[in-house]
Ligand binder design. Structure first.
Ligand code: ATP
Ligand code: MG
Length: 236
């Protein structure tokens, strides 16, 4: 599980995340939504350990991680801009992080092939990234995360660079991935359909605060205020 207790973030004198409390259960799929600049990416980056927190406490799998460096947090992050290494094949891109950690060669091979099977990118393992479509590249980026066998996946608008049909296809794949891996997933999106179809619970953020947390149906039926109602409705 992932727990946030009064998590704060300031840049200089400006506080952009104001004491956020959130309990995410193991295996849960949680989606963050909210207007541009409300703090979604900042929250993910703090959970990932890519950004120090200014106050409060973050726990992952029962361990306070405030002072744990990012690589030791057992999380993997997939961004909107999937920077693959252009001079490496798909296989090498996926294997690179494990090789850095001196993982035995047979284990690297097994994990890369398993991830490629799950994501249906086995035919492309020997290709260079430039010979892939955007959707295939994004799946390789997700594959790089899977091979590390993380307990927690963080996604920051992973599909926003894809066209509508690839977006729908990759969304289905991410849902299947969640069922297969039984990992905790925290997912940021602006897309109403992604939020409604992927989420066990949606967290609606506004200006560094949580407005409401609930299942898609709960938010749809019982928005706590006009902001939530408007935000859900505005995207329909
Ligand atoms: P978007 O939907 O546009 O991606 P977001 O919800 O992810 O927005 P954040 O990137 O988390 O928003 O930013 C939250 C606030 O923090 C914004 O007001 C932003 O300008 C500010 N901010 C983010 N990074 C920095 C930084 N390095 N220095 C100063 N302010 C920052
Ligand atoms: Mg963002």
């Amino acid at each position: 599980d992932v727990t946030l207790r009064q998590v704060r973030k300031s840049y200089g004198s400006l506080e952009v995340v104001h004491g956020v409390d959130l309990d995410i259960k193991s295996g849960e799929f949680v989606v963050f939504v909210g207007p541009s600049g409300c703090g979604k990416s900042t929250l993910l980056r703090m959970i990932a350990g890519l950004e120090p927190i200014t106050g409060g406490e973050i726990s992952i799998e029962g361990r306070v991680v405030n002072d744990v460096p990012s690589p030791q947090r057992g999380i993997a992050m997939v961004f909107q801009s999937y920077a693959l290494y252009p001079h490496m094949t798909v296989y090498e891109n996926m294997a690179f992080g494990l090789k850095l950690k001196k993982t035995p060669k047979e284990e690297v091979d097994q994990r890369v092939r398993e991830a490629a099977r799950i994501l249906q990118i086995e035919p492309y393992l020997d290709r260079m990234p430039k010979a892939l479509s955007g959707g295939q590249r994004q799946r390789v980026a997700i594959g790089r995360a899977i091979v590390r066998n993380p307990k927690v996946f963080l996604f920051d608008e992973p599909l926003s660079n894809l066209d509508a049909s690839l977006r729908a296809q990759t969304r289905v794949e991410i849902a299947r991935l969640h069922d297969t891996l039984d990992a905790t997933m925290i997912y940021v999106t602006h897309d109403q359909v992604e939020a409604m179809t992927l989420a066990d619970r949606i967290v609606v953020l506004n200006a560094g605060n949580i407005e409401q947390v609930g299942s898609p149906l709960e938010l749809y039926r019982n928005p706590v205020n006009t902001f939530v109602a408007g935000f859900i409705a505005s995207q329909r």
